[in-house]
Design a protein around this ligand. Structure first.
Ligand SMILES: *Cc1c(COP(=O)(O)O)cnc(C)c1O
Length: 461
């Protein structure tokens, strides 16, 4: 192949392209340095093509290619997606969606100044923790409360402040990995505590804890096994038993509940999930839980407990490193107010999803099927199960009705279809089971229904 070197000479320079009217428009929209860098990239590509025997592209097409590149570079990287997986608290998809009111509170507080750390009445410095302390006390019956940026930080703070250089006794059945690298034994070590394991994976009795206590023990720790279920021949120790033993020996009981459900899960057809209220009532000195699991709020860690214990945490130097920010605090306070007003079930998205009646789900999926049918697409409904997720209520499911697309009724492989749904303007995340692509309406926000249908129509009609 002979190289047509004339083609190289026909290529315009970056400066020439920048001086054209479309080049100037791009500079105005995206800045001159970024436009120049995009043009350099497109010119390098053009040179590669010429080297491979191609012709010099027109200035117009070079500028168009640069514009496409600039547009993509300016697109937000963190984007909304539609969760059609049926996993309600999906950690990869951002856990709990916020209520509209929580979002409005974030807007109100963060677009201007606020009394974050200012006592308006006294005209002097205040504490960021006072904003949610009373409502947390009211909701859980605790003497005091404190918040951190997540529950992992709450556990780290609690152990560091209460048991540094001391022994922490925990059941072998609770030495779990929560996910995302949060392993209870590692967190204990990082907190400067010495781990003392007692009992066996499936059975731990109060006598096991009693036998492990030494003069170096500071805490009897209980950790919710979260995403892990031990069934069969099992025995565990209640918080009441731990508290009785601990308090007789001048020790503390710390209870990491993980999810921290404030409502009665049994009311929604789920099995019992221990609440912070129950744990405190049973005698735990400090209880911690997440803000964005079954609470349904923003990422946060919540610590409730005895006043003297919470005061020690508030004073600890780590507190500054794990403090909550104003946007989170605004969303958290608003979420907690929904519980205080008794409107959690209707206002908090995850509780709205959990409590959606099956008839409502059937109605929505039926309407999806009808709309697809009008465009000649065959889909059907199928009974299925939604799950709670987020390390809460492992193995617990809620009956649901799914939209099912069978492999033989779509024009390409299901993997390709699910990939193309993920490439939609608002990515739609689905699951494939036994040669069927499934979409669960329970986790799709109602206002996203039209978008789900239009994504399917674009790909299948
Ligand atoms: C989820 C969980 C954590 C971590 O909470 P984050 O809010 O994700 O930091 C800690 N402990 C338990 C038992 C959990 O389930």
């Amino acid at each position: 192949m002979t190289l047509d070197t004339n083609q190289f000479r026909l290529l315009p320079s970056v400066d020439e392209l920048l001086r054209t009217p479309p080049g100037e428009a791009l500079s105005a929209a995206f800045s001159r340095p970024l436009t120049a860098s995009a043009l350099r990239f497109c010119l390098a590509e053009a040179r590669d093509k010429i080297r491979a025997g191609g012709l010099c592209p027109s200035s117009e097409s070079l500028l168009a290619a640069a514009e496409l590149q600039l547009q993509q570079r300016f697109l937000p990287h963190l984007r909304p997606v539609i969760n059609a997986t049926g996993v309600i608290i999906n950690t990869n998809l951002g856990r709990a969606p916020l209520s509209l009111e929580a979002l409005q509170a974030v807007d109100r507080i963060s677009t201007g100044y606020s009394n974050l750390e200012y006592d308006v009445e006294a005209g002097m410095r205040g504490s960021r923790h006072t904003h949610v302390e009373q409502v947390l006390k009211d909701l859980t019956g605790a003497e005091a409360a404190l918040v951190t940026n997540n529950n992992a930080a709450a556990v780290l703070l609690g152990l560091s402040a209460l048991a540094l250089g001391h022994e922490v006794v925990i059941s072998r059945g609770q030495l779990v990995e929560i996910g995302g690298g949060f392993r209870v034994p590692d967190v204990l070590r990082q907190s400067g505590c010495q781990l003392v394991e007692v009992g066996t994976t499936n059975r731990t009795r109060i006598a096991d804890y009693a036998a492990a206590i030494t003069e170096r023990t500071a805490i009897l720790l209980s950790v919710h096994p979260s995403n892990f279920l031990i069934t069969g021949f099992t025995e565990s120790t209640s918080i009441a038993e731990l508290a009785e033993l601990a308090h007789a020996r001048d020790l503390l009981v710390m209870d990491d509940l993980g999810s921290g459900c404030l409502l009665n899960c049994e009311k929604y057809g789920l099995s019992h999930e221990p609440t912070p209220q129950e744990s405190l009532e049973a005698g735990a000195d400090v209880v911690c839980f997440s803000g964005d699991k079954l609470l349904g709020g923003p990422q946060a860690g919540i610590l409730v407990g005895k006043a003297a214990v919470i005061a020690r945490l508030a004073k600890h130097p780590l507190m500054r490193a794990v403090r909550i920010d104003k946007m989170t605090l605004a969303a958290l306070e608003t979420t907690l107010r929904h519980y205080q007003r008794g409107e959690a079930e209707t206002k908090i998205p995850i509780w709205r999803m959990i409590s959606t009646p099956t008839e409502k789900l059937i109605q929505r999926v039926d309407s999806w099927v009808q709309q697809l049918k009008q465009h000649g697409i065959t889909a059907r409904t199928q009974v299925g199960m939604s799950t709670i997720g987020g390390g809460s209520l492992p193995g617990e499911t809620l009956p649901t009705t799914l939209l099912a697309l069978d492999a033989d009724s779509v024009p390409y492989a299901l993997d390709t279809l699910s990939q193309r749904l993920r490439a939609h303007t608002t990515p739609v995340i689905t699951r494939i089971l036994h040669d069927t692509l499934l979409l669960d309406p329970r986790t799709v926000l109602e206002e996203q229904d039209t978008e789900v249908v239009s994504a399917l129509l674009t790909l299948l009609a």
